[in-house]
Design a protein around this ligand. Structure first.
Ligand code: NZQ
Ligand code: ZN
Length: 387
């Protein structure tokens, strides 16, 4: 097993009615910026619960953080935080609002051009340099509620870039599974597939000595396969909702990636599809993931075969099981309402591969994946296979 350090300071407060605990989680006398998205929290009662819990605190609101949060929107909030001397930020929303708040947390005391945080992928390690924040999660998907990463879109250049660092873990996250009741089916489907792909990015690499990490990953995959199709139809079923939410957190809170190799190329390519065409994050993963496994088959086939045997009970030769495992994955994605071809999501796709390859080249991303063998010609093949 590879050496590792495990550090995750986020206090996770999970379950029904937990929003009531907000006043005990936020420092007393804090001046709070309540950040939210396009307004779903006003329709589903989450805003009222939060508002009620924050009585007695000084709260300034900032709404309108869009899905795939924009740098251009967030810098307006940074100005408010500075001007009003905010000392705690509360994100109420999905991955986009939480990621946006991580940017606010990092950018407020950042000296220099805030764009550099994204362009130079600045690492934030010093807690005294960021504004502390907590979250109330409304969409299980990204794991952002319990990790220190963030993905921000620069609207002007249509780029989606990530940054993070150990200072950017939320202080706390309230995860009440009942919030999923108001989610559109499409968002629940996205959440399941985003979490599923997070596990695959950390699991479908090559055989290693992280036996426990593999078994935990397989447990998350099996649970997502079990609850995914049902929770889309029955979001009021608390057993389904709570397992869905917990799987999403566990898929990307850092635990399963400790001591093992990880890939992340599906995400890197997928982010470009969102930046170019506005395709939902999870849906880009459903398009790219299977084609990445096909193009990188020789590198990944041993793990694909393990996945095929343990998750889908397949039998046959290693190659047969590995190939069938990719089919089964695509079939699951379809069950979850995903389209797995770029041409099903956009019409002008024929220059996509060249565009992405050029971008990666400009950024110096010449070798991706767990073995750094996803070179730019491979990226081109993966994207072209996805048409
Ligand atoms: O903006 P509002 O009105 O709140 O509506 C949102 C949004 O339209 C809506 N929604 C959220 N909770 C709801 C709800 N509607 C009804 N009821 C509720 N309870 O859902 C829509 C999508 O929300 P969004 O936050 O964009 O979705 P998600 O949580 O999937 O986040 C996606 C973003 O996270 C990034 C993605 O790239 C993307 O920008 N990711 C962040 C990661 C991380 N920080 O670790 C990892 C991921 O791989 C991912 O890249
Ligand atoms: Zn993701």
């Amino acid at each position: 097993m590879l050496n590792f350090e495990l550090y995750n300071p986020t206090k996770l407060v999970f379950g029904k009615g937990q929003i009531d605990k907000l006043p005990t989680l936020i420092p007393q006398n804090a001046k709070i910026l309540l950040a939210y998205g396009g307004g779903s929290i006003f329709k589903n009662g989450v805003y009222n619960q939060v508002h009620e819990s924050l009585k007695g605190f000084e709260v300034i609101e900032f709404g309108g953080i869009e899905a795939n949060p924009h740098f251009e929107t967030l810098i307006k909030a940074v100005a408010i935080i500075k001007e009003r001397k905010i000392d705690f930020i509360l994100a109420v929303g999905g991955g986009s609002v939480i990621d946006g708040v991580k940017f606010l947390s990092a950018a407020t005391h950042f000296e220099g051009d805030m764009m550099d945080i994204l362009k130079k992928r600045i690492l934030f390690k010093d807690p005294s340099q960021v504004v502390p924040f907590g979250t109330v999660l409304t969409l299980p998907a990204t794991g952002s509620e319990m990790n220190s990463g963030s993905v921000i879109t620069i609207e002007a250049t249509q780029e989606k870039l990530d940054f993070g660092g150990s200072a950017l873990f939320p202080k706390f996250s309230i995860c009440d599974p009942t919030v999923i009741v108001s989610l559109p089916k499409r968002q629940i489907q996205n959440g399941i597939i985003d979490a599923y792909t997070h596990v695959l990015e950390q699991y479908l690499t090559y055989p290693h000595e992280g036996y426990l990490q593999d078994r935990i990953s397989e447990g998350i995959l099996q649970t997502l396969i079990e609850v995914g199709p049902k929770v889309v139809e029955n979001p009021t079923d608390y057993a389904l909702a709570s397992n869905y939410m917990w799987c999403c957190t566990m898929a990307l809170n850092g635990l399963i990636q400790k001591g093992v190799p990880s890939d992340w190329a599906t995400h890197m390519i997928g982010h470009e599809l969102t930046a170019m065409y506005g395709i939902d994050h999870a849906r880009t993963l459903a398009i790219i993931g299977p084609n990445l496994y096909r193009v990188m088959f020789e590198t990944k086939k041993q793990k694909l075969a393990q996945y095929g045997k343990r998750i889908f009970n397949l039998s046959g030769t290693e190659d047969e099981i590995a190939r069938e495992a990719i089919h089964k994955t695509v079939a699951f994605f379809h069950t979850m309402g995903m389209q797995t071809k770029l041409s099903e999501c956009t019409k002008d796709f024929d220059k996509t591969a060249d565009f992405i390859v050029n971008r990666f080249e400009e950024r110096g991303w010449k070798a991706l994946g767990e073995k750094q063998n996803i070179t730019l010609d491979k990226v081109k093949q993966i994207v072209e296979r996805s048409y």
